[in-house]
Design a binder for this molecule. Structure first.
Ligand code: Z16
Length: 804
């Protein structure tokens, strides 16, 4: 049993809780609000973790180890209370203490707010990686931005997405420690003379940290989040004096706006000045902190690359390459060659996309104005780099143009991905297929120049968050079979479940767990949407950001096809399904929002019709987030991973769902390929074009209309879209017929046939359960612990430092 247990007796926990209620909240048991109790509880748990953190910090100080610094503009941490109760082993004591005080733990957990400081896969991956780093005892700090407003809250009005601000710290955040005495200055604008930058605007970065405990170990690492504060200098005294109070205050507001809100775009570049300011703000604060920490135990720069490795999560923090050069040249007085060797030995870059629109570029004119010295340094980096290219390919101007950090046409822009590859010792994609396609397409000229710099590190997910916390029933069942809980830190041990797939008593128990989880989900769905799901129906789920390439539309088209079949009485071979959607769309992404409206309109049709809802009911659960994932994933039977092949870098819900025993219906895209390799082709529903075929079809001149003309059932489906709600969503149909960028029509027939197979497989419930168990048993590879070990071996070279 590795579940940590601090052996604190319940009455001691209770005493501490009451003491925090008095000392920290200034109130008594009798007059305390639920919020007071929640905060006191959180502080009591936090206190125990701090004690561990202090020991970890002492060990790190003592051993002066090599650290990984993870730079990410996004983190989706999920609720802290349940996690910290479990990781600290305080769950039982807390429960007993609350019971004695007559309090309901579930009610208090409702008050715990999840910090939604990210959009989707990338932000949640960052959180899973921090969890795994601590669990693997690797010295690490995560750096990010403490947005005042996290990812917007989603509701639906008349089927359309409505966004509301997420003021996640409204009642205070008991999990963080602010350090206003540790502010760092960050410059913007101004001018450069003789290589010396005098910024026009100085904003202060104020750090606060949260604890990142490992599971089944004493290690507690940190995540440091920065918020922008106006410096005293920006209280413009002359304007105050002239009575121009408003203008003076404006400057303060402008500075503090930098950390006001998370940009709600996933995998699309926006190019707003404020976003570039956020990025520069993050990297400047993080680098100053990293250098300060390095200097606690080291002097000079000789040991820097030995003690520090910095992982850049996508292009968002890539300005760090120029900023570290600036610090070394301008503040530390190093010469160019020495500074560049240090930079090149420090950074590694993870690319998370193949979509050109997700690879950030910034107009040269903007960078010049906002960060004039950085622009000079980028030019110099490019100058040296292009000399190297010229040596490798003499006279090849085409190469120079495609490799250059500066894009020339149609306007001059800085290509952040190029800066990252040039400035990093290692570059990685996030799944085998993605890394291969990066080398062959998006970053091909770089892979030809420096093949040894390219790696693959397949993504992974936290088994603690997505099994132990999310699915206690299944976790309990697995532990009873494997004899202990240790598999939660050694997920390959799930393979020991394989024989249980052939044990009919175990299959019954597995099915019972799934059913109980579906019952919980049905209760929730009923409460938030009014839709009554049948807990015995197949839970068929698609949970991810709304993006055209992910093809939620294809999912809806299958439902429309079912509507027609049921109405015609073709119900042989149909099985009852609960079609569940979750996911947000970027507020300005109209095409995605139209598809959401269509999904909601189709849901109204099926749910409001007795004949149809005997076979299909549909729930679009609003405000999908980490907590939503924890509820939906354990209940899922079918995992929809139906992106157009070659578009999804990895996907991570595919991993979470397989680990929880869902079978995948999917294309050969992202990590689906590796999931299928592992769980076996017989336990995976594959359909559709592969990445090569998709490219070939486009090159041959794809005409969606001919697919429409050739398939009457497809025609009927698209005509339905064109006419539903009095033609309100006709544009969706028009786009499919005239453009269909993601080849939905080309994959339609294969998808429908594959769904027919799924229904057939579900009819043999015992065989399905066997496949479900095998999916979980064979998915241990997709633990973020393995991901972190891969990074450690291939890129970071970080030894573990368990507590002394
Ligand atoms: C993002 O969430 C992802 C990529 C990206 O360039 C930007 C953002 Cl905000 C996603 C990928 O789309 C997804 O395939 C992948 O699983 C995830 O990042 C984590 O790597």
């Amino acid at each position: 049993m590795t579940v940590a247990n601090d052996g604190v007796p319940a009455d001691e926990f209770e005493t501490d809780l009451l003491r925090n209620l008095a000392h920290q909240r200034g109130t008594t048991r009798q007059s305390a609000s639920a919020q007071d109790i929640y905060q006191a509880l959180a502080l009591t748990v936090r206190d125990r973790l701090v004690d561990r953190y202090v020991k970890t910090a002492a060990t790190y100080y003592e051993t002066n180890p090599r650290f990984v610094y993870y730079l990410s503009a996004e983190y989706m941490l999920g609720k802290q209370l349940p996690q910290n109760l479990l990781y600290s082993g305080l769950q039982n004591q807390a429960r007993d203490a609350l019971e004695k005080l007559g309090l309901d733990p579930a009610e208090l957990e409702d008050l715990d707010v999840e910090p939604g400081l990210g959009n989707g896969g990338l932000g949640r991956l960052a959180a899973c990686i921090l969890d795994a780093l601590a669990t693997e005892d690797i010295p690490a700090v995560g750096y990010g931005i403490r947005y005042d407003l996290g990812i917007f809250k989603q509701t639906f009005e008349d089927g359309a997405q409505v966004e509301r601000p997420d003021d996640w710290t409204f009642y205070g955040n008991p999990w963080e420690f602010a350090a206003p005495d540790d502010q760092q200055p960050v410059g913007f604008y101004g001018k450069v003379e003789d290589g010396k930058w005098t910024p026009d605007e100085i904003v202060l970065g104020e750090p606060s940290h949260m604890l990142v405990p490992g599971y089944g170990t004493q290690t507690v690492n940190l995540i440091r989040l920065w918020r922008a504060r106006a410096s005293r200098a920006s209280f413009d005294l002359s304007r105050f004096g002239e009575g121009r109070y408003g203008e003076a205050v404006d400057a303060i507001v402008r500075s503090e706006n930098i950390s006001k809100v998370l940009y709600p775009d996933d995998s699309t570049e926006l190019g707003r000045e404020l976003r570039l300011k956020q990025q520069h703000f993050l990297v400047t604060c993080a680098l100053r902190d990293i250098v300060r920490r390095y200097r606690l135990r080291n002097t000079g720069w000789d040991a820097f690359t030995e003690k520090v490795t910095i992982q850049l999560n996508d292009t968002h923090p890539v300005m760090a390459v120029a900023e570290l050069m600036r610090v070394l040249l301008d503040e530390e007085g190093l010469d160019w060659d020495r500074a560049w060797l240090i930079v090149r030995g420090t950074f590694a870059y993870t690319c998370h996309t193949l979509l050109p629109e997700a690879l950030e570029t910034w107009p040269v004119a903007l960078v010049e104005r906002l960060l004039p010295r950085h622009m000079e340094i980028i030019y110099l980096i490019n100058f040296h780099f292009l000399q190297e290219v010229e040596q490798a390919y003499p006279g090849d101007t085409g190469r120079l143009r495609e490799l250059s950090i500066i894009q020339e046409e149609p306007e001059r822009r800085v290509r952040m991905a190029h800066l990252a590859v040039v400035g990093a010792k290692a570059v990685n994609g996030v799944a085998e297929l993605h890394s291969k396609l990066l080398r062959e397409t998006t970053l091909r000229p770089f892979a030809e120049l420096w093949p040894e710099r390219f790696h693959n590190v397949t993504n992974g997910v936290s088994p603690r968050r997505f099994m132990l916390i999310a699915n206690p029933r299944l976790t309990g069942l697995i532990s009873s079979r494997l004899g202990d809980h240790d598999w939660l830190r050694d997920l390959d041990r799930l393979s020991e479940l394989e024989p249980a797939a052939d044990d009919s008593a175990f299959r019954d128990q597995w099915r019972e767990v799934k059913r109980a989880n579906r019952r919980d989900l049905a209760r929730y769905a009923r409460a938030v949407t009014g839709v009554a799901l049948d807990p015995d129906a197949m839970a068929d789920v698609m949970i991810k950001r709304f993006h055209e390439y992910k093809r939620q539309l294809l999912r809806v088209m299958h439902v429309i096809t079912l509507i027609h079949r049921i109405r015609r009485g073709e119900t042989a071979g149909l099985v009852p399904r609960s079609v569940i959607f979750g996911g947000k769309a970027a507020p300005g992404y109209y095409a995605a929002k139209r598809i959401m409206r269509l999904a909601n309109a189709v849901a109204d049709v099926v749910n409001g019709d007795q004949q149809l809802s005997a076979y299909v009911r549909m729930a679009f659960l609003p405000n999908y987030n980490v907590s939503g994932a924890e509820l939906i994933i354990p209940a899922a039977d079918l995992s929809e991973q139906i992106s157009l092949a070659g578009k999804e870098a990895s996907g991570t819900s595919n991993m979470k769902l397989a680990l929880n025993g869902a079978l995948t219906i999917g294309t050969l895209d992202g990590a689906n390929v590796e999931i299928r390799d592992r769980v076996g082709a017989d336990n995976f529903f594959l359909f559709g074009l592969d990445a090569g075929q998709a490219v070939a079809l486009k090159q041959a001149g794809y005409r969606p209309r001919s697919w429409y003309e050739a398939d009457w059932e497809l025609r009927e489906t698209i005509d339905f879209i064109a006419t539903i709600d009095g033609g309100a969503l006709r544009e969706v149909a028009d786009d499919l017929l005239n453009r269909d960028e993601y080849l939905t029509l080309a994959d339609y027939r294969a998808y429908i046939e594959c769904q027919d197979e799924v229904a057939h497989a579900w009819e043999d419930r015992d065989a399905w359960t066997r496949m479900s168990i095998l999916n979980a048993a064979r998915s241990g590879f997709f633990s973020a612990d393995r991901t972190v070990r891969d990074y450690g071996r291939e890129i970071w070279h970080t030894p573990a430092v368990p507590e002394a």
